[in-house]
Write a protein that binds this ligand. Sequence first.
Ligand code: ADP
Ligand code: MG
Length: 326
Amino acid sequence: PQLANQIAAGEVVERPASVLKELVENCLDAGASKIEIDVERGGSKALIVRDNGKGIPKAELELALARHATSKVSSLEDLESILSFGFRGEALASISSVARLTLSSRTQDASEAWQAYAEGREMAVQVKPTAHPVGTTVEVVDLFFNTPARRRFLRADKTEFTHIEEQLRRIALAKDEVHFTLRHNGKLVRQYRPARNERQKHQRLASICGSAFAERAFALRCSNDDLALTGFMALDDDRARVSDVQYFYVNGRVVRDKLVNHAVRQALEECGLSQAAGYVLYLTLDPHEVDVNVHPAKHEVRFHQARYVHDFILTALQQGLVARLE
Ligand code: ADP
Ligand code: MG
């Protein structure tokens, strides 16, 4: 199983930031409202993620490290309209095949916490009692220690940490109500506080996307029977360039799609603006109307009615821009 898991790991685990993505998505799936991330040496030495989610029952700890053990999909129908992040059931198994992974967890109704780790060629899972509050901690130590070829592909700690920060921004922008902290080598680097009202949302936007973006950002909100677009847009000016902030979410998942960039450019053009714009946009639609590539590292989407979606976004942006310019 170790070899099979290592092959699968090639898909899921490219670098520390991709490990972080999988771990944090699991925390969110578990309903966590607070997630603490500790990184050592760009994540190659250690990546520790703590949450206050529902925890993992002792009987399921061992399973959580086994390939294709997901508690999240029970039918193919589920897969089609999937809304929870995790559904492949192989992230933890893959990661534990290329690093030293320890899982510690306690559920609300358990009197004790338990710790699990996989060992040896056969990846036999050991489970023992430990101390832990309700929730889960995953520790990933010495990433790629047993796959030297991959370890050599890791960049300088600083670069890997930059990828981690970017990964966290993407996730934090999708989850306003969750408190995130990020430490590097023991030092607090980021703290994103939960945002419940408009003022707090604006503060959070500033801490995630920078104050230059937040100061220039104006809110967008537009919907019809099929589609809804909310979020923020900001224009470059001679004092600041904010157009490097570009995030587009479809049903809560960040995606890369030419369609939105095209709509942004066209909206600016039609409003007679020559500068570029940054944006944080959230599109919601019936999940059956969109295919999200299931490959964990890609963020591709295909809209069944691309033209319709494009024109809707264009109209929403134009309305926002017009209101702004007035
Ligand atoms: P998936 O998320 O695709 O189900 P993973 O390998 O990422 O697969 O995780 C395996 C299982 O471990 C999950 O289905 C879940 O039951 C459990 N799990 C992992 N991380 C957490 C966590 N932070 N809190 C609660 N349960 C978790
Ligand atoms: Mg997962």
